[in-house]
Ligand binder design. Structure first.
Ligand code: 1GP
Length: 244
């Protein structure tokens, strides 16, 4: 399966939804159960990753369990080169463009690239841009978060990503953010770049998902909502808001 080609083809007919699971937050069998439900509800791909606590063991076990349950692409969303799973269908090969740390922009990538090649995992390059408040990922990555009232800065980072040859851009407010990325910022980025735009962080209900979609996200990512029980109706309404 060529994951990127598959997703791009699907994007031609509308916005996609991806479900993000942190392998450190539930047992592999629970991760498989959640992703099974998410797929029944229409999620287009599963992303696996977290800012802290991802180990080779919990990553491998989680991805193996998920792949035994669902047929959609399973994409690793890494926090570094310390753990890379041969079981994922693809890896977001990303650079946190507004990090102050060389580790986050290029050095972990240098460490990871030969491993990705050796394991034969499909890399999907991505410019990762952290928007305030940034939450844990902004803190761990020492990001100069894009201020919420500066869509021009987000658009400039996104355009830089495109000019550097990256295949996608992710605007990230941070997992559990009280507010998602502002619509004006999403619109500014969408109208500046030609490559796919992912938006995530703080999207907890159908209204928010609909706003993010209408502002121009090609892929809407949700994570936290599936971490608590009783998420089914809410996830269903979010996916409907993205697809209808
Ligand atoms: C985190 O953007 C994702 O990388 C998902 O955020 O957990 O807030 O849905 P939430």
């Amino acid at each position: 399966m060529n994951v990127q080609a598959t997703l791009r083809e699907k994007m031609r007919s509308g916005t996609l939804h991806m479900t993000l699971l942190d392998p450190n937050k539930q047992a592999p069998d629970m991760a498989a159960k959640i992703t099974g439900e998410a797929c029944e509800l229409g999620t287009d791909a599963i992303m696996v990753g977290g800012s802290t606590g991802v180990t080779q063991e919990n990553l491998d076990a989680t991805i193996v369990a998920i792949k035994a349950r669902v047929d959609v692409p399973v994409i690793y969303f890494p926090s570094g080169a310390h753990a890379i799973s041969p079981h994922s269908d693809a890896i977001y090969f990303m650079s946190m463009l507004n990090s102050r740390l060389v580790e986050m922009t290029t050095r972990q990538q240098m460490k990871g690239a030969p491993i990705v090649r050796k394991l034969g995992i499909e890399p999907i390059s991505m410019g990762y841009v952290i928007v305030a408040p940034g939450m844990k990922v902004g803190e761990v990555g020492q990001a100069d978060c894009v201020p919420r009232d500066r869509p021009d800065i987000a658009a400039a980072y996104a355009l830089a990503a495109q000019y550097m040859g990256m295949q996608s851009v992710y605007l990230e407010a941070g997992s559990g953010a009280p507010q998602h990325v502002p619509e004006e910022m999403i619109r500014a980025v969408r109208s500046t770049i030609d490559i796919p735009l992912l938006v995530g962080g703080g999207i907890r209900d159908a209204e928010a998902a609909s706003r993010v979609r209408k502002a121009g996200a090609n892929i809407v990512v949700t994570g936290t909502i599936v971490e608590n029980g009783n998420y089914r109706d809410r996830l269903a309404s979010i996916i409907r808001a993205i697809k209808d």
